[in-house]
Design a protein around this ligand. Structure first.
Ligand code: BG6
Length: 466
């Protein structure tokens, strides 16, 4: 591509990193915390559960000191709903409030801006038992819980994110939503309830905290057509709408995307609306768009007559709906050892797609490489593959900024090692190595990986030394 003169990263660019509560904290039944769906779900026998995780609950000061040593300007983490309201909609747990008070104060002490996700895959188990997101009462519980967060932490937290990767929960992680949806119609009814809940919470945030900013947190990847056959292009248009634009059109405009809605109609899956729902969806809109990006995706047309049993899907692969689209390999992209394609240019394309549709400031809240790191005998972790992945993506972030995208921060996944959503502790993402394996907790000590020193220099040079 023709050479462009690169624009520098803005001086106040928020360099940071991300985690989520159930993947990092541990202490699953301490400090008054109630169980979440992550504590009660069935875990595959070859991966760790989430009970201890990286034991951040007991190491948070040490962990924040390491983030500060890297020079983090921001830290994106999530609050566990079940630490604040253990059964989802009952008593407030002051010990849980205290933990996040301490964490936020520790961050601010090091001049690290907290970027808080209110809900990251960890619905209270007590609400799941009452139907989870199939039950409209969960909307009320969520709005109440978020109101508590705004009241208790809003004096110090200026950046909020609503629901992490709602699109991925709908497309491939139904079990953690509760309610046991078995049809597409039920799934999109749950989705509708979550969208209502999100709009109510964005409104509540604006009402209570006029100086704060709030936005959604979907996983957005531009979807490529496999060929220039118009059927493949239509397949890509539909999957882009169903995977990406449904969620962003709703957060920014408060309405369903037309292509996504037509797809739902064709599949008898449009949600039932109650009087007032359309107004509610428009009543709370986003101030910025946070998005997670790991890779692009590629689809082709999926003829009805070729319908086969569905393949195992995750955030980045395996999606398909007969008569519409099915995900296929790109063919020319490298992959991580866990099978996710690597497409740095796709990040620039995705950022441009989002910004040219919505013209809101963007922040990247996840991007990273999961790998099996090796700890050498002298306590080193030579994760050159991770440095290469991040370097290539940061270059594309700068190109997107050069293209005119208003991009105010970059938070790779993950700040320190934690448990993968479905592949255990062996799939690591962090700059900081946590000394444990899936089934041996060892000493949980923290060690700086090569990527730690590299990222420290990237931040210190504001992205000049890559
Ligand atoms: C995102 C999630 O989907 O991807 C994180 O928000 C998750 O919770 C991350 O950990 C990486 O995925 P995985 O499955 O490799 O842990």
């Amino acid at each position: 591509m023709k050479h462009q003169t690169l624009r520098p990263f803005p001086n106040d660019f928020l360099w940071g990193g991300s985690t989520s509560a159930y993947q990092i904290e541990g202490a699953w039944n301490e400090g008054g915390k109630g169980p979440s769906v992550q504590d009660t779900k069935t875990i595959p026998s070859d991966t760790s559960d989430f009970k201890v995780a990286a034991d951040h609950y007991h190491h948070y000061k040490e962990d924040v000191a390491m983030l500060a040593e890297m020079g983090f300007k921001t830290y994106r983490f999530s609050i566990a709903w079940t630490r604040i309201v253990p059964d989802g909609d009952g008593e407030v747990n002051e010990e849980g409030i205290q933990f996040y008070d301490n964490l936020i104060n520790e961050l601010l002490k090091h001049r690290i801006e907290p970027l808080v996700t209110v809900y990251h895959f960890d619905l209270p188990a007590a609400l799941e038992e009452k139907g989870g997101w199939s039950n409209r009462a969960t909307i009320e519980a969520f709005v109440r819980y978020c109101g508590i967060l705004f009241d208790r932490f809003g004096d110090r937290v200026k950046f909020w994110q609503t629901i992490n990767e709602q699109n991925m929960m709908i497309l491939s992680a139904g079990a953690v939503i509760g309610g046991g949806a078995t049809t597409m119609k039920e799934t999109y009814q749950q989705n509708h309830h979550m969208l209502l809940a999100q709009a109510r919470v964005m409104k509540e945030c604006h009402d209570k905290l006029p100086d704060a900013k709030i936005g959604p947190a979907p996983n957005i990847s531009t979807i490529y057509p496999k060929t220039n056959d118009p059927l493949d292009i239509q397949a890509a248009q539909t999957f882009n709408a169903v995977r990406n634009w449904l969620y962003l059109d709703m957060a920014v405009y408060g309405r369903y995307n037309n292509v996504a809605w037509a797809f739902l109609e064709a599949n008898n899956a449009t949600p039932d609306m109650e009087p007032g729902d359309e107004e509610t969806l428009k009543s709370g809109l986003a101030d910025f768009i946070a998005f997670n990006y790991y890779s692009s995706g590629t689809v082709e047309y999926y003829p009805l007559e070729e319908e086969t049993d569905s393949v195992e899907a995750d955030q980045q692969k395996g999606q398909g709906v007969p008569g519409f689209f099915r995900q296929v390999e790109h063919g020319a992209l490298d992959k991580t050892e866990f099978g996710w394609e690597i497409d740095p240019e796709g990040l620039r394309i995705t950022a441009n797609d989002i910004y040219s549709r919505y013209a809101l400031p963007l922040v990247i809240t996840e991007n990273g490489l999961g790998g099996r790191d090796t700890l050498t005998e002298d306590g080193k972790i030579h994760d050159t593959y991770r440095i290469n992945y991040l370097r290539d993506h940061i270059k594309q972030v700068q190109l997107a900024i050069t293209d005119g995208v208003e991009l105010f921060g970059y938070c790779p996944w993950s700040a320190i090692d934690l448990i993968s959503t479905h592949e255990g502790f062996r799939k690591r993402y962090g700059f900081v190595y946590v000394n444990r394996s899936d089934f041996d907790l060892k000493d949980l000590s923290r060690l700086r990986k090569d990527s730690f020193y590299w990222y420290k220099d990237v931040i210190a040079s504001n992205g000049e030394n890559l």
